[in-house]
Design a protein around this ligand. Structure first.
Ligand SMILES: [Zn+2]
Length: 90
């Protein structure tokens, strides 16, 4: 893992393709330290085969996203998040 991270705004495109709400404004509760963070404030490592998103409080992995654009598939692993809270515009 590299020491260089970028903020969660980089997830707007790839995660936005999977969900119809503005994902970077969603609140995510860390399963390890219980910190609730706006997804845009998380630490994203994008130098691997996909994106690894870490908690800004305890550095545990919150989610992983891998895209196979040639095959038209994506894998989303949310096991580090207790819940994801989204605001629905009505
Ligand atoms: Zn945490």
């Amino acid at each position: 893992m590299s020491d260089t991270w970028i903020d969660g705004n980089v997830l707007a495109g790839p995660l936005g393709e999977l969900v119809s709400f503005e994902v970077t404004t969603a609140l995510a509760r860390c399963d390890e330290c219980a910190r609730v963070s706006v997804l845009a404030e998380t630490h994203v490592y994008a130098d691997g085969p996909g994106f690894v998103v870490r908690c800004p409080g305890c550095d545990i992995v919150l989610l992983r996203l891998v895209q196979d654009t040639a095959g038209g598939r994506s894998w989303l692993d949310l096991r580090g998040i207790s819940y994801l809270q989204v605001r629905l515009d009505t």
